[in-house]
Design a protein around this ligand. Structure first.
Ligand code: PMP
Length: 432
């Protein structure tokens, strides 16, 4: 496969755009570098790059694309919105319709607000929780990603007693000191953090099913314990469902785990591929938000007709019977095939999968928390990534990311992918 045009475009991009990309993970740093492929056109489960190469896509734009690219129902909705005026700065009836759709699908959302990204949604839930509780600290779980606002870009301290340190330059230590990070799936560490900091903790922030160090499900009872312990201490529980809302079922991860948070942040799928975020929750908490309450949140683009139209159309597609069973069956086919080839070629592969989302880790052990995900073999993943790309399979360029299936993928796509996996594993086995 030739990438000459991508190579030239990346050189040009580096002259004009910092790092040549508009979001850092796109630069392939997570897989040992290389030239990111510049895509030109996408349809269904497939991408075509600027050199004319075709790929089967499992990146799914990091989550939003679940219907496949350029789904006609969504494309028509966006086109209609374009001709009807994309931005009004006034309320529209579309917003009412979409808010009702979300509330019907996710009962804990007694009131919602639309914003423009997952980052904004999470950032605002924290402000609202602080306003409601009149406390400042936040507990989060290591390896969960919650966007790039100051408070959530904080690395773990050395234990539940220690406060966080900034995970990025430009974040004051005074902000990082408001955050306590504990391991996912570890009730005792969480209990200890609450014991020490409880009176100051406004909220506990968690991905109920993790998507950011691969797909990692909570152990039975973990999230119920988090809810109970947090509530006993007077803290709120916020679920970051930016990846998980509408990913595994028509609804939320909170439905799957059977635990209700006080507030939920969403994004990605609910915009059908256009920029969106949303947050919502208990009415007494949401009424902290302006214009009703003292917690300020606003947005020029918030609730814009284009994003809302795309979101409604996307959910309408997902409402079709069998959507999630279909994603599950393709996911199972992919998982079984990869496992089979891994055992044939003696490679250490562990797959975490829920429905149409899976992570292929290069390790012999289970992955239930960030440390275990971090300990998986990054060099093997990088080799796998680049060889798969050569075979026309577009994966997320990081060992921590999921493969996202869409309803546009077919059994033929999976069969072709598994042929590529077998070829790539045979090369890797010889090199080992
Ligand atoms: N929360 C989670 C769980 C996410 O995965 C992401 C994005 N990967 C975000 C928040 C931030 O969303 P956005 O990129 O739309 O700001």
């Amino acid at each position: 496969m030739k990438f000459d045009t991508s190579i030239a475009l990346y050189k040009e991009a580096e002259d004009h755009i910092v790092g040549g990309v508009n979001s850092p993970s796109r630069a392939y740093k997570g897989v040992g570098g290389g030239t990111p492929v510049f895509m030109e056109h996408a349809k269904g489960a497939h991408f075509w790059d600027v050199d004319g190469n075709r790929y089967i896509d499992y990146l799914g734009a990091y989550g939003p694309i679940i219907t496949g690219h350029a789904h006609p129902h969504i494309a028509e909705a966006i086109s209609a919105a374009a001709y009807n005026g994309v931005l009004y700065g006034t309320p529209t009836k579309l917003e009412n319709k979409f808010a009702k759709m979300l509330k019907e699908a996710i009962p804990s959302l007694e009131k919602v607000r639309f914003v423009n990204s997952g980052t904004e949604a999470v950032m605002t839930t924290i402000r609202v929780a602080r306003a409601y509780t009149d406390r400042t600290k936040v507990i989060k779980f290591s390896g969960c990603y919650h966007g790039h606002s100051d408070l959530v870009l904080v690395a773990a301290g050395s234990g539940p007693a220690t406060l966080g340190t900034p995970d990025s330059a430009g974040i004051p230590t005074s902000i990082a000191e408001e955050v306590i990070t504990v391991p996912f799936n570890d009730v005792e560490a969480f209990r200890q953090a609450i014991r020490i900091h409880g009176e100051d903790v406004a909220a506990v922030l968690v991905e109920p099913i993790v998507g950011n160090f691969g797909i990692v499900e909570p152990k039975p009872g973990f999230l119920q314990a988090v809810n109970d312990i947090a509530h006993d201490a007077g803290s709120l529980v916020i679920y970051d469902e930016v990846i998980t809302a509408f990913r595994f079922t028509y609804g939320s991860a909170q439905e799957i785990v059977g635990v209700q948070p006080d507030m939920t942040a969403m994004g990605k799928i609910i915009g059908g591929g256009l920029p969106i975020g949303a947050y919502g929750g208990r009415v007494d908490i949401m009424e902290q938000v302006a214009p009703l309450g003292p917690a300020y949140q606003a947005g020029t683009m918030s609730g814009n007709p284009a994003s809302i139209s795309a979101g409604i159309a996307c959910l309408e597609v997902l409402q079709q019977d069998g959507t999630y069973d279909y994603l599950d069956s393709l996911g199972a086919m992919l998982e079984d095939g990869i496992n089979k080839h891994a055992s044939t070629y003696g490679l250490p592969v562990q797959i975490n999968r829920l429905k149409g989302a899976l992570t292929v880790y290069f390790t012999d052990g289970e992955v239930e928390n960030y440390d275990q995900a971090d300990a998986t073999d990054g060099e093997m993943f990088s080799r796998f990534f680049h060889l798969m790309l050569q075979e026309g399979i577009n994966l997320a360029p990081s060992k921590f990311e999921a493969w996202f299936l869409t309803i546009a993928h077919t059994e033929e796509d999976i069969t072709a992918t598994l042929q590529a996996v077998e070829k790539v594993f045979s090369i890797m086995a010889k090199e080992a």
